[in-house]
Design a binder for this molecule. Structure first.
Ligand code: AQP
Length: 340
């Protein structure tokens, strides 16, 4: 090892990468399962956070809405506590290496692995009129997102665990065929709230693109809307606040309340012992409203300053691009692309 390599090996902080699609205002599920953890990692790790617009077009998007939502998603990430002085924040399509690496990695991923992905099956069922190649190869682009930055840790909700496994398999295969090239990434999945469920169909995860607005709490919902949605949340007829497999509605609400207040399931059961679902739903809604209030205020302030937002994204893209190119160039050399 030369002096520079030794220096890098001893001083480099571990790296974190994660992304979110600009497919609409993100939900309490996105926040609790993933984004909430992103600011917490900023001091200990080198963090890179991306608005992954290339993933978003696997489902048809309105171009003007996608552009607007991309800026809004970035503003919401900053409002949620991501500090662009500490972390890199950028838009995926601004760094061409994501798509470039994705092509190479696709040649190291068996077709059968892709057709087994739960998300592919779910989204194909949801959009039978448009089962496109991007929907199938989405996890390869996600592998490129992660592996480009030599990522150590990927904070995600549990629904993305299977995709992360695939990224690890691709990395292992590539490293085995050539020589160690990619860092093996680990998931960082919260113990509580890793999967927030729909308020209307608590067997399904809460999703940004759900057409039933009552099923989804969005980060920018007004206090009235939040209260109304929780009041209408599907529960059961038992009337007792306790977590159980056959009580997915109440268990989901307990999990949300637990994340908002730091209380355990046992604490919550004790607190609402003998009290009805009405009171419990009101308490969950209030806890969510209070958590979202400062984020919503900061979001409004940031969105009014487009020049600042765009400067953050420009600088983020430049920094991400420099890191991404390093890995891409190594990969191109290893696979045998002629470099002039
Ligand atoms: N319901 C959820 N509970 C916990 N975590 C969740 N995540 C998504 N839904 C939940 C986590 O949020 C991060 C960003 O997700 P994404 O935007 O990349 O895509 P997604 O997983 O497909 O999220 P949506 O909301 O369901 O979007 P649409 O409807 O557009 O497909 C990920 O880390 C994810 O785990």
């Amino acid at each position: 090892m030369n002096q520079e390599t030794i220096q890098t090996a001893t001083t480099r902080k571990k790296r974190v990468f994660s992304g979110i699609q600009p497919t609409g205002v993100f939900t309490l599920g996105n926040y609790v399962g993933a984004v909430r953890n992103w600011p917490r990692l900023q001091d200990e790790y080198d963090c890179i956070y991306s608005v992954v617009d290339q993933h978003a077009i696997t489902v048809r998007q309105d171009p003007a809405a996608l552009r607007r939502q991309t800026r809004e998603t970035a503003a919401l990430l900053l409002a949620s506590g991501i500090d662009p002085k500490k972390s890199i924040v950028f838009v995926q399509s601004h760094v061409p290496a994501h798509a470039q690496l994705s092509w190479v990695l696709g040649c190291f991923c068996p077709f059968g692995d892709l057709t087994r992905m739960h998300q592919f099956k779910e989204k194909s069922a949801k959009h039978p009129e448009d089962i496109n190649g991007g929907l199938l190869t989405y996890p390869i682009l996600m592998a490129a997102d992660i592996l480009l930055y030599q990522t150590d840790l990927v904070p995600i909700g549990i629904d993305q665990k299977q995709h992360l496994e695939l990224a690890r398999n691709i990395a292992q295969r590539f490293n085995g065929v050539y020589s160690p090239t990619f860092t093996m990434p680990d998931g960082y999945i919260p113990q509580v709230g890793a999967k927030v469920m729909s308020l209307q169909e608590p067997e399904k995860k809460m999703s940004k693109s759900d057409s039933n607005e009552n099923a989804v709490v969005r980060m920018l919902d007004t206090p009235d809307a939040i209260l109304r949605k929780f009041k209408r949340a599907v529960t059961d007829s038992e009337g007792c606040v306790r977590a159980a497999q056959d009580k997915p509605g109440i268990t989901n609400l307990m999990s949300i309340y637990g994340v908002m207040t730091g209380k355990s399931f046992a604490d919550i059961e004790h607190e609402f012992d003998g009290r009805g679902y009405g009171e419990f739903k009101q308490a969950v809604a209030e806890a969510v409203i209070e958590t979202l209030r400062p984020i919503q205020e900061e979001y409004a302030r940031l969105l009014a300053d487009k020049a600042y937002l765009d400067s953050v994204l420009t600088e983020g893209a430049v920094r991400a691009d420099a890191l991404a190119r390093r890995t891409l160039s190594k990969v191109y050399k290893k696979v045998g692309f002629l470099q002039l």
